[in-house]
Design a protein around this ligand. Structure first.
Ligand SMILES: [Zn+2]
Length: 302
């Protein structure tokens, strides 16, 4: 991949501030560095998040509130990854609920699908991404906002199609069984205690061959910086940093994706999310004219 030629445009749809750092973040940083325009959409305000880092100063939370804490954290994470634009849709965080029937009314996961999808469709029409990355059908994990993010993404692509047709859609597969097993075995081989044994024994990690593996180990440090920016959500001594980074590089240097659909022919597994896609031809065939995109990084919320 090079930065020459027409601009490749890649858009990530995430549920909460911090998801852009814990899922597909190194991929995003790699495409930024390789000249693509990379955009982030964050669907919810994250206001229902709980502090997951015991060393986080609760005085800050008391002073400004969770939504503001997470906006500030997101800004730092975005800078670390290098997204060219950020669109915060600002829908109310549904919170984590084991029992989906108790998700509060008025929150993102309870919204009318088309109302939420129209907001995302407006971003798609503005940004005109060739490739969209969202979540698997089951959300990747069963947070109601993550499942809703999948549904909203697919519906928004449909709604935007008369103005802009997205060519390829992927779901980020963060903890596929193949990755967890590779990391587990690498820890054991290095004589370290593996935190992944329970995950493997539970059998709950998707045991599928991904449609795309993006080699992005060189961008793991940017991912880690972005993760650390979410100080209220990410414990620097916790699960995200359990594995020595040199070991992670050698065990599983990729981020993996399921292709939800593609309007171009490709051979899987791919090593590039733009495989099979001639972006100049795609732009020329699009319903709207495609001029240069100069939107500066910004958010839609104060
Ligand atoms: Zn989330």
């Amino acid at each position: 991949m090079t930065s020459d030629g027409p601009t490749r445009r890649l858009l990530f749809v995430h549920a909460h501030p911090d998801d852009e750092s814990s899922k597909a973040a190194a991929t995003a940083a790699r495409y930024v560095d390789e000249g693509a325009r990379v955009t982030l959409v964050t669907c919810t305000d994250g206001a229902a998040g709980e502090v997951l880092n015991p060393s986080f100063p609760t005085a800050l939370l008391d002073a400004v509130g969770m939504a503001q804490v997470r906006r500030d954290e997101l800004a730092d994470a975005v800078a670390a990854i290098g997204f060219h634009a950020v669109h915060q849709l600002g829908f109310p965080d549904s919170g984590w609920h084991e029992d989906a029937s108790v998700v509060p009314d008025g929150t993102f996961a309870r919204m009318d699908l088309d109302v939420a999808a129209e907001a995302l469709a407006a971003v798609l029409c503005e940004e005109r991404p060739h490739v969209v990355v969202t979540y698997p059908e089951n959300g990747g994990y069963p947070h109601p906002d993550h499942i809703m993010t999948h549904l909203v993404s697919l519906r928004a692509i449909e709604l935007a199609a008369p103005v802009w047709q997205v060519a390829k859609v992927y779901a980020a597969n963060t903890f596929l069984r193949e990755r967890v097993v590779a990391m587990h075995e690498a820890m054991l081989a290095a004589g370290l205690e593996s935190p992944y044994a329970d995950w493997i024994e539970s059998g709950r990690r998707p045991d599928i061959v991904p449609h795309a593996r993006i080699h992005c180990a060189d961008w793991f440090p940017r991912r880690d910086a972005a993760l650390r920016a979410h100080a209220s959500q990410v414990d620097p001594d916790g699960m995200w940093f359990a594995m020595p980074r040199e070991l992670e590089r050698s065990a599983y240097p990729w981020e993996a994706y399921e292709m939800l659909w593609s309007l171009v022919a490709t051979v899987v597994p791919e090593a590039d999310l733009f495989d099979g896609l001639d972006v100049a031809a795609w732009d020329a065939a699009s319903p709207g004219s495609v001029g240069p995109l100069t939107t500066p990084p910004r958010t839609l919320l104060p």
